[in-house]
Design a protein around this ligand. Structure first.
Ligand SMILES: *[C@@H]1O[C@H](CO)[C@@H](O)[C@H](O)[C@H]1NC(C)=O
Length: 494
């Protein structure tokens, strides 16, 4: 999809470019504009259901007012894994739809849109033949690992990037310019961490474009009359069937962290979890940790993760949560979310990153620090489809994603409520759109405070009588380790 496949496509694009530059502006003043709305949906049942309902609701608006708009589901139109990173699908969107629409709006499954207001009073104020990306703007307050510490020495707050939750809108001119110039060389990035920031950086670098901040695209529960989109802070309400009995939490640790990180888990979120296991390289019955038979590795813990999954295979829990010893989790919020998913379907859930997706060969994976959730069916699939770590120090989260994407054939499912980094690493405007379920890392933060600020109240309310007695660790047993470590270590220290 990355490559320009046919000469006719180029011709078509060229024609479009000239057509647009000649004709579009005039028709921008006719009192209503046209928009293609693309919902960034996912294949997973639950998310597909949400996106389908969103599309139906938007279609009803369009029909009722006879508006010049159309709604498509990204995943249906582009059933390839990298579609969520946006750039790879732009040439195709431009080819198919640039004739028909003046504006191209991407929304999330939870974004509310007033299409009438959007097309008749908001977009008519803007020029679709100018290179424009209209959005609610986010900015970082300090350099953050998730943005590769960009702007260490510059005015970081001045760099704006779009809030996807509020919807973000490309002019047809910008879409076509970008699509026309998209080549594999311009998409060289290996890792996809935070698409909204990466796209803004990319547009500035390759097209000298700064996003246009508009107040009509709204998030964070804003409810002004001028808002044509809205995004409410929410934790989905899917019932309350899932209890702690249904969940096994396995924490990866090592001797070095028995005294500092593990006590934090035990005094915060871990104290509520009945079925919690600490997988270490040393047995310490005072915690208790168990020597899981896999030697400690400095980075990449695939061997330990595999042991965790194979142990879970021997149990009947609906859900396996694999956490780091410096993960900070809102247990009650996690339980609530799990009600939305079917443990009998193959699901690997958490915050999705991507590797190599822009180049069309990669896969998505759940970044480990925010917690990796596996359904019972996913645990079974790991073993039954023969996934096996290439080396004990392969990057565990990446290999898990690779296994499910390339071997099992079910890519991971993204929930923006899980977080690989600390609260301060995310834009305020972004966190203001959601009820987070996890954060990660103790670096330069007080993890007790993070837990208290974000999770303690809800956990206390849900688990009035905390069960502080951890279950017995299973018999330690050694798994055979493949003798020769293979290549594979290209992971960012993220
Ligand atoms: C366990 O891991 C620690 C690092 O956390 C290391 O220093 C220690 O030597 C390891 N012990 C054993 C018995 O493998």
């Amino acid at each position: 999809m990355m490559h320009f496949q046919a000469g006719s496509y180029l011709l078509c694009l060229l024609a479009n470019l000239y057509f647009i530059s000649l004709c579009n502006y005039a028709s921008g003043t006719t009192g209503s504009s046209s928009v293609l709305i693309i919902i960034r949906d996912q294949a997973n049942d639950y998310h597909h259901k949400l996106a389908t309902a969103k599309k139906a609701e938007l279609d009803t608006q369009i029909k009722a007012e006879n508006l010049n708009a159309k709604v498509i589901l990204m995943h249906e139109e582009y059933p390839v894994e990298g579609a969520w990173t946006i750039l790879p699908v732009l040439p195709d969107i431009a080819r198919k739809y640039a004739d028909e629409f003046k504006w191209f709006m991407f929304i999330e499954e939870g974004t509310a849109v007033d299409i009438k207001q959007l097309t008749t009073s908001f977009l008519t104020k803007h020029d679709p033949s100018a290179f424009k990306l209209l959005c609610r703007c986010l900015h970082d307050n300090s350099p953050t690992i998730i943005h590769h510490f960009a702007f260490v020495n510059k005015a970081i707050k001045k760099f704006k990037y779009p809030d996807f939750d509020a919807g973000w809108i490309w002019s047809t001119a910008l879409l076509q310019k970008v699509a026309f110039n998209l080549t594999p060389e311009t998409l060289e990035s290996d890792f996809q961490i935070d698409t909204k920031h990466e796209i803004a950086m990319w547009l500035e670098e390759h097209h000298d474009l700064k996003v246009t901040c508009v107040k009509e695209l709204c998030g964070g529960g804003e409810n002004k009359k001028s808002c044509v989109t809205k995004f409410d802070k929410f934790l989905p309400d899917c019932g309350d069937k899932v209890t702690l009995d249904d969940v096994l939490v396995s924490v990866k640790t090592t001797l070095m962290f028995h005294k500092d990180r593990v006590p934090v888990v035990q005094k915060t979120w871990g104290k509520y979890v009945q079925n919690i296991r600490y997988y270490s390289n040393v047995t310490d019955l005072t915690i208790p940790t168990m020597d899981c038979g896999v030697p400690n590795t400095v980075s990449g813990h695939c061997g330990k993760m595999e042991k965790i999954i194979l142990d879970a295979y021997e149990t009947s829990y609906d859900w396996l949560v694999i956490a780091d010893d410096d993960s900070i989790i809102g247990v009650s919020k996690l339980l609530k979310l799990l009600n939305c998913y079917d443990p009998n379907r193959i699901i690997v859930l958490g915050e999705r990153y991507g590797f190599g997706l822009l180049s069309g060969y990669g896969y998505g994976y759940i970044t480990g620090g925010g917690g990796m959730v596996m359904s019972r069916a996913a645990v079974r699939a790991w073993k039954n489809k023969g996934c096996h770590c290439p080396a004990i120090d392969s990057p565990d989260d990446m290999f898990l994603g690779q296994c499910f994407s390339l071997v099992v054939g079910v890519p991971v499912t993204h929930s923006p409520l899980f977080h690989q980094a600390r609260p301060d690493d995310y834009a305020d405007g972004y966190l203001g759109n959601q009820e987070p379920i996890s954060f990660h890392k103790h670096w330069e933060v007080d993890p007790y405070e993070v837990y208290a600020d974000w999770f303690a109240q809800e956990d206390k309310a849900m688990f009035a009588a905390p069960n502080v007695k951890p279950t017995e660790a299973p018999e330690p047993q050694v798994i055979p380790i493949p003798p020769t470590p293979t290549e594979n270590q290209i992971k960012d220290e993220l």
